[in-house]
Design a protein. Sequence first.
Length: 83
Amino acid sequence: MIEIDERIAVTNSEEQFEAYCSGCKRMTEMATPKTAGVLTEISEREVFRLIESKEIHFIENARVLVCVASLRELKADSNTASE
């Protein structure tokens, strides 16, 4: 049996900051898909799937930024539904 423990530290301030989310209609934490995935324990691939299906809030300028609050809310809703 092999057990793997992985830890990822997010330290780059360019990967996470506060911005206005038009979906939430307030200032909220925005992050790159990779960082948002780490913060919410969801794979980066799943974050992009949620963006494509418009299940979470995001903005797209020079790069894609995800509303971490909407991602956390979606995750909390899915955890509640599965109980």
